[in-house]
Design a binder for this molecule. Structure first.
Ligand SMILES: *Cc1c(COP(=O)(O)O)cnc(C)c1O
Length: 399
């Protein structure tokens, strides 16, 4: 293992590149290419055209009138649920795939848990003409048949992972192993602000369009900045995306809502939640120092959330840092609160949120005082994908 501590690869004591030697070269090439391309007018023009014409940006900032009335304050929703694919993930995969293509790569590899990032990767692979292979744990393949079919329909190949717990964290390990041997032709498309440098930085910058738009939109609507911005946190990419627009506005409270799952009892072999910022410990996962769920021997614990996208035993290193320095406030919403958010937003606004986003809504319903007078909730995705999960959870009642 090599530990690089060049300060630019870190956020305080978090981040870095805790990877085998074989990954240092591809990471270096990627970091160099990305820092060159992100200021290149032609690249920026191409990405911006794709974001508007293929993905559907800008997304609206919507004043949720009934929710506002219920909470006795103004609540705006940033509508990433309206982005092509139904979630914010496309902002990141489009940018990375375009970087890969410009670097001359012909193949994308990605990992996926519930399949959402795999589907987004398959979409851009098809759109930009890149071969796409997606590593997915056997257990997840069994649980997520529709998304496996979607990926195949989009022309991607799904590679089953049989190691470890046969879920997301093992799929990430396999994808990294593939990349160490294939980087001359292949780009590894990381799905969130986790992993070794430059991924946390690059993914945050690609998602920062959410925050840039939201800041302009709220200033136009209200003539002032919001008192708070809340977002759900799995790995942290939609949260870092919207927060980055307001980081310098000290008076705007940034609230990171993690999955409380079934409850927050720690010390179990299988963790009952995904709340790394609230309850995690320092450790290294997937190439970065961050807050993770681990047992006393440093073995990674399995996380749990009803929302598959929040079911990750680590969190982006920059978020860990921002919580540590007090800029971001960590919060928790459990499965029950998320289901409440899911139902209330559907009834009040005619918007069915993703179960992930429903955590941020559930938190707002539980603790409206924390939002101040004007708040933005990042609606990271739409809930169509979650209907079966919710119906099953509620014993088939619901249709
Ligand atoms: C994947 C996903 C998340 C969690 O990922 P982050 O990197 O934390 O944003 C949240 N919401 C939706 C709708 C997702 O698909």
């Amino acid at each position: 293992m090599k530990i690089t501590d060049a300060s630019m690869t870190r956020f305080g004591r978090f981040g870095g590149q805790f990877v085998p030697e074989t990954l240092m070269q591809p990471l270096k090439e990627l970091a160099e290419a990305y820092s060159r391309l992100k200021v290149d007018p032609q690249f920026r023009g191409e990405l911006s055209a794709l974001l508007s014409n293929y993905a559907g940006r800008p997304t609206p900032l919507y004043l949720a009138k009934s929710l506002s009335r219920e909470l006795s304050r103004k609540v705006y929703l940033k509508r990433e649920d309206l982005l092509h694919g139904g979630a914010h993930k496309l902002n990141n995969v489009l940018g990375q795939a375009l970087v890969a293509k410009t670097m001359g790569k012909t193949r994308l590899i990605a990992e996926t848990g519930a399949g959402q990032h795999g589907v987004a990767s398959a979409m851009v692979g098809a759109n930009l003409g890149l071969d796409t292979e997606v590593y997915m744990g056997e257990v997840d393949i069994e649980r997520q048949k529709m998304n496996v079919y979607r990926m195949e329909l989009l022309g991607a190949r799904v590679i089953p992972v049989r190691s470890g717990s046969r879920t997301l964290k093992d799929a990430i390990n396999e994808a990294m192993r593939d990349w160490a041997g294939s980087y001359e032709t292949t780009h590894y498309l990381m799905g969130t602000v986790a992993g070794p440098h430059p991924y946390p930085l690059m993914v945050r910058e690609l998602q920062s369009i959410i925050g840039t738009e939201a800041r302009e939109q709220i200033l136009k609507a209200e003539g002032r900045l919001p008192d708070s911005v809340a977002a759900c946190v799995g790995g942290g990419s939609n949260a870092m995306g919207i927060f980055s627009g307001f980081l310098q506005d000290e008076a705007t409270k940034l609230i990171a809502v993690e999955a409380g799952g079934r409850g927050t009892s720690s010390g179990l072999k299988i963790a009952d939640h995904g709340a790394c910022l609230n309850l995690g410990e320092d450790g290294v996962l997937h190439g970065a120092m961050t807050k993770i769920l681990q047992d006393p021997y440093g073995q990674i614990l399995e996380s749990y959330s009803l929302a598959a996208g929040l079911d990750y035993p680590g969190v982006g290193p920059e978020l860990a840092h921002l919580v540590e320095v007090g800029r971001v406030t960590p919060a928790i919403a459990d499965d029950g609160a998320a289901l409440e958010g899911f139902r209330r937003l559907s009834v009040l606004e005619g918007i069915i949120p993703a179960l992930e986003s429903a955590h941020a809504v559930g938190f707002a319903l539980k603790d409206p005082e924390a939002l101040g007078e004007i708040a933005i909730i990042n609606l990271s995705g739409r809930g169509d994908k979650d209907l079966a999960t919710v119906m099953e959870h509620e014993g088939g009642e619901g249709i």
